[in-house]
Design a protein around this ligand. Structure first.
Ligand SMILES: [Zn+2]
Ligand SMILES: [Zn+2]
Length: 368
């Protein structure tokens, strides 16, 4: 079969690998769609894990073979896969810190080599311990919708870390695919979202996804400008401070979600949330970045600085419901499809988004 093998930093090669052999408790899936995820881009760019590997973990496809011990699935089922499953029994799991569970850190889907997702290949082997996360895709939904379960799951998990009441006001900084997912999920819960982004095209979609307020920064020459220097889409030079003042009657944001990897934006958000509000980091996945902060904003003002990483399999049913009923129509997020042989191009576009690009996916057999 054809597979895109990571051979070192920025080195993805189309190679021929054997179709994986499955054992009695495993299933073999022919991949139809695999989303390009920022965490894979990071590994490919910075070489944070040793090669060779086949990446790609936002995977949907068709079961072609099931092991003798597998129950509940059969060849022909269209499924969305989930590559990380917590054990639910360890110390971390008892605290619901699933992403810190040792079993969770093991990847249970592979196209060959050290398991790394394998979605950038024609076939993947799904191991027994991740089968509880496999979801069947209803006949009326596409593989692409199935491939969006994993990223939407990570965002829903983060949303649930926020202690919000209906009608609260939340800043979502950055309207890339992840920021837009936050905007949609928060809006569906009756939260008033103020969405910011440098790109007007993204702000328009944020509005369609339910954002009540939009704010556009001045375009930065290199790196994001501080939020205070931003102007709104109508071109009036309303500062974000005066905007939040107006829309929250002087209280400040109840929470802020930082979906851009900028320390400046974190500091600004820490200032703009109300006392006992929350600032949630979602895009700071690269280690070694430091930022200065007035620690009294945490101690005296009781502003929580929190993070969220990866998915929560106990939310799979809720996520599937949101996507497959199209209450959250994720199809609007998918702007680019590349064939398997052009996975490197797909990764490049996802790493260097254009004004029009949002979610980039790799598709096979021209199915979507
Ligand atoms: Zn992902
Ligand atoms: Zn565990």
């Amino acid at each position: 079969m054809r597979a895109v093998v990571y051979r070192g930093p920025n080195d993805l090669r189309v190679e021929t690998l054997p179709v994986p052999h499955i054992r009695a408790g495993e299933i073999l899936v022919r991949v139809a769609v695999c989303g390009v995820c920022p965490t894979d881009i990071k590994k490919i760019h910075y070489g944070t894990v040793p090669p060779p590997r086949v990446f790609g973990h936002e995977t949907a496809g068709t079961i072609v073979q099931t092991g003798a011990l597998v129950r509940g699935f059969r060849a022909g089922d269209r499924v969305a896969l989930h590559h990380h499953i917590p054990c639910l029994g360890c110390h971390a799991c008892r605290h619901r810190a699933f992403a810190q569970c040792a079993q969770y850190k093991r990847t249970g889907i592979t196209a060959g080599f050290e398991p790394a997702g394998g979605g950038y290949a024609e076939y993947v082997r799904v191991m027994p311990f991740v089968l509880p996360g496999v979801v069947k895709i209803p006949a009326g939904n596409s593989f692409a919708e199935g491939a969006m379960l994993e990223p939407v799951n990570t965002v829903l998990k983060a949303v649930k870390r926020l202690a919000l009441l209906p009608e609260d006001t939340v800043l979502v900084a950055g309207q890339g695919p992840i920021g837009l997912m936050f905007t949609r999920l928060l809006s569906l819960q009756g939260i008033k979202v103020l969405a910011t982004d440098l790109l007007e095209t993204r702000l328009r979609l944020a509005k369609a996804f339910g954002a009540r307020h939009l704010f556009q920064p001045a375009s930065p020459s290199d790196g994001p400008a501080p939020l205070s220097a931003r102007k709104n889409p109508k071109g009036t030079h309303d500062s974000i401070e005066s905007l939040v003042e107006r829309i929250t009657r002087g209280r400040g944001f109840d929470a802020a979600v930082i979906a851009v990897p900028s320390a400046d934006v974190v500091r600004q958000a820490q200032r703009l949330v109300r006392g006992a509000g929350q600032v949630l980091l979602f895009s700071h996945t690269k280690r070694g970045e430091h930022a200065e902060m007035d620690l009294a904003t945490i101690c005296v003002d009781e502003k929580d600085l929190i993070g969220s990483y990866s998915a929560d399999v106990t939310l799979q049913r809720e996520v599937a419901q949101l996507i497959f009923t199209r209450k959250f129509d994720v199809r609007q997020l998918i702007t680019h499809e590349f064939p398997l042989g052009q996975t490197a191009k797909a990764v490049h576009l996802a790493a260097h988004p254009s004004a029009e690009s949002l979610k980039v996916v790799v598709v096979q057999n021209s199915v979507t």
